[in-house]
Design a protein around this ligand. Structure first.
Ligand SMILES: [Zn+2]
Length: 353
C-alpha cells in the first residue's frame, strides 16, 4: 500500500489550506484530520476529484480566486472551453504534465518539489520548477524584495511539491469574508480547534455584530469551552487580506494567557449588565494583563463622588478611559456589581494553585 501523505500546519498559509481542504472534501474518506496533521490516505482519489470539486466550492462560497491567486491556472489563466472552465485540460495540466524535480519542497521539507510542463510562446513546452511566485500567487507569493508575508520567513526557495501546492490553493476557502476583507484565524491549537474557531467566528460576525477582534475572540473562547476544547489558546492571529493592501496580508496577534482564558470560561456569562458601557475597557485590561483593581478604584471613585460630579460635563469625562470608568461609577445603582471584577481578578490570580 502506498504511504500516506502528511501535511503539517507549519505556518498560517498551510493551516488555512488544510482548513480549506476539509471544506472541499469534508465527507470524503480518503483523508483524516489528526490533531497536528492532515493525513491523505489515498492521493490518487484526491487527484481524481480535486479540480472539479475545487471549482464547485469556489462557486458555492463565492470565493474570488483571482483575489488570492492572481494569474494562476485556477483563476485568470484558467483553461476554458466555450467560456467554461475546461476540467479535463486543467486536470492534465496539474496532474499529468508534472514530474518530480531535484529540489525539496520548502513547505514540507519531505517531498520533492515538482516541475511542470509549461507551453512557451513558440509552441514548445519545457519543464520548470513550481514555486510560490508572485506571478501566480499574488498576494500569497512574494518576490525576494517583498518579505512582508510572514509565513514565508525569508526563505527565498519557496518550491512546492504537488500535495503542498494543492493545499496552498485551498487556503482561500479557509478565509471568511467580512466587509471588503477576508480573514483567517490561526492559533497554536489542534486542526479541529482551528476549524471550529473559524466557524464560530464566522457565525458570530455573520450575525452582524459590530465588535472588535478582541471581543470576538472572547466570544470564541466562551463558546469553545462548550465543545470541551483545551485552554491552551495563546498567540491567536487574525490574518487579513484587505483590498487596500493588495500585495500583502495584515496580521494581528492577540495573546490570551491560560489563566485569563480560564476566568473568561467560568465567569464571562455573569458580566454585569450595569457595567456594559465599560466592557471594552475590561477587555482591554484583560489583553494588556493589567489587574482589574485600578479599574474598580476608578468606578468606586465615581460612585462615592457622584454628587460632586454633577458639576462636571459628562462629555469631558467620556474623553478618556479613566473618565468613562468614573462616569459609570456616577450612574452605578448597585455597587455589588463591582464584585464581578474582584472575583474575576481572584480567579486569574489563583489559577493553578
Ligand atoms: Zn511539500
Amino acid at each position: 500500500m502506498e504511504e500516506t501523505i502528511k501535511i503539517y500546519p507549519s505556518n498560517w498559509l498551510m493551516t488555512a489550506g488544510i482548513v480549506g481542504f476539509t471544506k472541499i472534501f469534508w465527507q470524503s474518506k480518503f483523508y483524516r484530520i489528526n490533531d497536528n496533521e492532515l493525513e491523505i490516505l489515498d492521493f490518487e482519489d484526491v487527484k481524481k476529484e480535486f479540480i472539479e470539486k475545487y471549482f464547485l466550492k469556489s462557486r458555492e462560497l463565492r470565493t474570488p480566486l483571482k483575489t488570492f491567486y492572481n494569474n494562476s491556472r485556477l483563476s485568470n489563466n484558467r483553461f476554458k472551453r466555450n467560456g467554461e472552465t475546461d476540467i479535463d485540460k486543467t486536470n492534465k495540466y496539474f496532474f499529468e504534465n508534472v514530474r518530480n524535480g531535484q529540489l525539496l519542497c520548502s513547505f514540507c521539507n519531505q517531498r520533492r518539489a515538482i516541475e511542470r510542463k509549461e507551453s512557451k510562446n513558440n509552441g514548445d513546452a519545457d519543464f520548470s520548477v513550481v514555486r510560490l511566485d508572485e506571478v501566480h500567487f499574488t498576494p500569497l507569493g512574494s518576490s525576494p524584495e517583498n518579505l512582508a508575508n510572514l509565513y514565508w520567513e525569508g526563505n527565498p526557495a519557496n518550491f512546492l511539491c504537488l500535495p503542498c501546492e494543492l493545499i496552498v490553493y485551498c487556503a482561500a476557502f479557509g478565509f471568511t469574508k467580512v466587509g471588503k476583507g477576508y480573514f483567517f484565524i490561526n492559533a497554536p491549537a489542534t486542526i479541529k480547534e482551528v476549524v471550529e474557531m473559524n466557524e464560530i467566528w464566522a457565525e458570530y460576525i455573520g450575525q452582524g455584530k459590530d465588535r472588535s477582534f478582541k471581543e470576538s475572540l472572547i466570544e470564541i473562547l466562551k463558546r469553545m469551552e462548550r465543545a470541551k476544547a483545551k485552554w491552551t489558546l495563546q498567540n491567536i492571529s487574525f490574518i487579513e487580506l484587505s483590498p487596500s493592501s493588495e500585495n500583502t496580508f495584515n496580521i494581528y496577534s492577540f495573546n490570551i494567557p491560560v489563566e485569563t482564558a480560564n476566568a473568561v470560561r467560568k465567569m464571562i456569562e455573569s458580566y454585569p449588565k450595569s457595567l456594559r458601557d465599560v466592557y471594552d475597557i475590561f477587555i482591554d485590561n484583560i489583553y494588556s494583563k493589567k489587574t482589574l483593581y485600578d479599574m474598580v478604584g476608578d468606578i468606586v471613585y465615581g460612585y462615592l463622588n457622584r454628587e460632586r460630579l454633577e458639576g462636571i460635563d459628562n462629555r469631558n469625562l467620556q474623553k478618556s478611559p479613566t473618565g468613562r470608568l468614573v462616569l459609570s461609577g456616577k450612574y452605578l445603582k448597585n455597587p455589588k456589581d463591582l464584585l464581578f471584577f474582584l472575583k474575576f481578578q481572584k480567579e486569574v490570580e489563583e489559577y493553578g494553585q
